[in-house]
Design a protein around this ligand. Sequence first.
Ligand code: EPU
Length: 311
Amino acid sequence: MNPIRAALAFFRFRKPWEKALAGCRHVLLNEPLALRTSFGVGGLAAVFYEPENRQELRAFLKHLPPKAPVFFLGAGSNVLVADRGVPGVVIHIGRQFADIRVEGARLICGAGAPLAKIARVAAQHSIGGFEFLAGIPGTLGGGLRMNAGAFGSALGDRLVSVTRVERAGDEADILSPQAAFGYRQCQMPANGCFVQAVLQGKKVRSAASVLRQMAAYQKKRRAAQPLECRSAGSFFKNPPADSAGRIIDSCGLKGLRIGGAAVSPKHANFIVNTGRASARDICRLGRLVQKKVWQKMKIALEWEVRYWGKE
Ligand code: EPU
């Protein structure tokens, strides 16, 4: 974000509920979000809060005025933050929620646990079924929100139960939550968050086969995806029985650019920040790709990436 904009944002009029939160524990005002997202762009969070634990999160939400918009942030790997920032409360579910416990073939994980770590811990305990998580750059909470998946598996398929904290601060355990999860979607309210999940794997004879499968997936990913660039992974959802990457590629859009944003020449469903992109560049490029694909193929691509704030 340019420094003048940042200064203007800093001195802008604050809503009364923002002022009321200023003195709270673990609350920051005007916190830059760019480096907290994988795109590396975007403005400030009006209020940024990092709860220490579940009890603190619940108490915070109970006292938060109902009008205040709330956004939950994990690793920021599927989020595009507007240049003008997020006019609400961004709650970071991070390291404080990252514990992983193993019980038999089950993993009991905090929502801040990185997906790649869940895959590693499962492998160390000779538990199969989580190999597909190895290269997904997100946390469990964000992964559940999106029902993250790869290579024919998705997180929702591995769930025994989830624990959530809803917007009003109430906590609930949801047993057999699978029905709420579909392809890259979760039907539970976005203004509440996951704090824990119990995942079911399968005991295997040795860790070696699990590690081999993880390495094979990683290799496929490195060959097909521009992991060396800042992006949010797949930008669009795949249409039923097709691939957004194949479709965008067949429209000849690889390399298409707006400002610092480009359609990756390596994988057409990745919009990458080539170094100096703004959120506006990325957003406009996303819309242009949608428009061109619609004009040429009459296919309506749907964003997988979540846009926070106003353009
Ligand atoms: N393809 C092209 N041109 C391209 C890109 C892909 O022709 O520029 C073709 C490929 O050759 C292949 C087909 O399209 O035949 C599918 O491509 P790929 O195997 O790369 O998978 P994808 O459908 O693009 C999905 C997930 C990825 C996940 C991979 C691996 C979605 C939107 N994407 O990608 O998830 O890593 O499968 O399983 O479902 C993500 O969601 O952020 C993500 C990276």
